[in-house]
Ligand binder design. Structure first.
Ligand SMILES: CC(=O)SCCNC(=O)CCNC(=O)[C@H](O)C(C)(C)COP(=O)(O)OP(=O)(O)OC[C@H]1O[C@@H](n2cnc3c(N)ncnc32)[C@H](O)[C@@H]1OP(=O)(O)O
Ligand SMILES: O=C(O)CCC(=O)C(=O)O
Ligand SMILES: [Zn+2]
Length: 431
């Protein structure tokens, strides 16, 4: 039997054969535009006071995101002040603010001290009719005036079409071509309603890549669950910048979440992602946002969810204990997380129980471990048992077999969010 320890796609696997054009692909060379302080502020529960915005900005900057996008200073007087305050912090990340394609907004924004403006206007027929009421000629004229003005101030400028995937392709390419000629730093594609599929994203970005020479930013809403996959497809097709927010918070059910996007890109190129971002900070950053907007981190959250590194079924547990790569594409330790093998349930198997027996310092033959596993399964058929109950059962069984009470071994435990106890890291790593 050949045992591979590699975490990349297995040689000969479908994943290994699928090589998107390296010429176009930016999966190994992208930037994150972190929009928790813009799109995230559009989340139903969000309210960040100045101090909280600064705390969030500093945390994301330390994590390593390349850009922070802030709410338009035209939104309110406090939004304008906050923009100015964050622009003054001297962070490594570039500070952007997000404005309508309107001179009034641009004039206010350029005075805040930000590094650049992300300008947007709707181009789908729905938004043209029911949002701003302007046609493509008007939009092009307005965009030209706004972009020229921002550039005259020496600031970075991105021009984006809202609702790109329900816009006419000819309209889109014409306006992108026009603004590229004006010298924008980036054009943006926005899946404002979350309707796009990865294939549609790939095709649109690839087409656009052939039309403009500037960078391409992409923004994906998650209404139909494609936000992360769409971000990856966009990079494969040559997009350079991806918008994220912590926990994905944003308008409706939000956009590509920072953690999930990072997980996806880590699985594509672990070294690249680890060289850019302080992955151990992710959990604290998510907790910071979850507290601020009064939500729980979902149990199945990417990387940091309660069960993201919990292995349960016996078949999985055996293989994981032999080699974690069997059922993990992400190394928990790279994110400051801990692997857990759960055994107090009816799906457990003797290999996982044997591992626990060894951790407890008990000596049982394989046949004896199989017998005690059958007992655990019978009990767990009534209800699952926590690790304390399983340990007690194992010790009692051991005492019965050996005719003595051997309960002096101590395995460190930590308390979990659900009140259960889990073994400490070293006890479950199985390596
Ligand atoms: C898809 C997105 O998430 S885009 C970003 C959304 N962000 C925001 O909306 C920021 C917060 N917004 C606000 O504080 C306010 O909406 C403001 C200050 C921007 C505008 O407020 P108001 O002037 O009261 O207008 P209101 O919000 O009712 O309507 C939007 C106005 O912007 C115009 N508009 C909408 N989109 C754009 C655009 N991309 N570019 C230029 N004008 C636009 C509309 O025509 C409408 O103008 P009207 O007053 O002449 O009808
Ligand atoms: O500016 C952009 O590109 C995106 C704006 C936005 O939030 C959206 O269209 O959903
Ligand atoms: Zn959005």
């Amino acid at each position: 039997m050949t045992v591979s320890t590699s975490r990349g796609p297995a040689p000969g696997s479908i994943a290994a054969q699928y090589q998107p054009s390296e010429f176009l692909s930016r999966v190994r060379n992208f930037s994150i535009i972190e929009s928790t302080l813009r799109e995230g502020e559009q989340f139903a529960n969000a309210f960040f006071d100045t101090a909280k915005k600064i705390e969030i900005a500093k945390a994301l900057d330390e994590f390593g995101v390349e850009y922070l996008e802030l709410t338009s200073p035209a939104a309110s007087e406090q939004s304008r002040i906050d923009c100015t305050e964050i622009a003054k912090l001297g962070l490594k990340a570039k500070i952007l603010t997000h404005t309508r394609c309107h001179m009034d907004d641009a004039r206010i924004a350029v005075e805040t001290g930000v590094d650049g403006l992300d300008v947007v206007i709707g181009t789908s027929s729905l938004l043209r009719e029911f949002s701003h009421g302007k046609d493509m000629d008007y939009i092009t004229k307005q965009a030209t005036e706004v972009i020229t003005f921002i550039k005259s101030k020496g600031l970075e400028v991105r021009f984006s079409t809202e609702d790109s995937f329900r816009s006419d392709l000819v309209d889109l390419l014409s306006i992108y071509k026009a603004v590229d000629k004006l010298g924008v730093n980036r054009v943006g594609i926005a899946d404002t309603v979350g309707c796009a599929t990865p294939t549609q994203v790939y095709e649109l970005v690839r087409t656009l890549r052939g039309v403009v020479s500037c960078d391409i930013e992409c923004h994906f809403h998650n209404d139909t669950g494609c936000a992360i996959a769409n971000a990856h497809a966009a990079l494969e097709a040559g997009a350079t910048h991806i918008d994220t927010s912590v926990l994905g918070i944003g308008e409706r059910n939000g956009i590509s979440p920072l953690g999930g996007f990072v997980a996806r890109m880590y699985a594509t190129d672990r070294e690249y992602v680890m060289s850019k971002y302080k992955l151990h900070m992710l959990r604290d950053i998510e907790n910071l946002i979850a507290d601020a907007v009064e939500v729980q981190v979902p149990f199945n959250n990417y990387i940091t969810g309660y069960c993201a590194f919990t292995h349960k079924a016996g078949i999985h547990a055996k293989a994981i204990l032999n080699n974690p790569s069997t059922y993990e594409i992400l190394k928990p330790e790279d994110f400051g997380m801990t692997r857990y093998v759960s055994i107090g349930h009816r799906l457990t198997g003797w290999n996982a129980v044997k591992n626990r027996v060894q951790q407890l310092g008990l000596t049982l033959t394989d046949d004896q471990v199989k017998q005690v596993t059958a007992k655990i399964k019978a009990l767990a058929d009534i209800r699952p048992r926590n690790i304390d109950a399983v340990d007690q059962l194992l010790r009692e069984f051991h005492a019965e077999v050996h005719g003595s009470n051997n309960d002096d071994s101590q395995v460190p435990k930590k308390r979990m969010a659900n009140g259960d106890t889990k073994e400490a890291d070293a006890a479950v790593n199985g390596q």
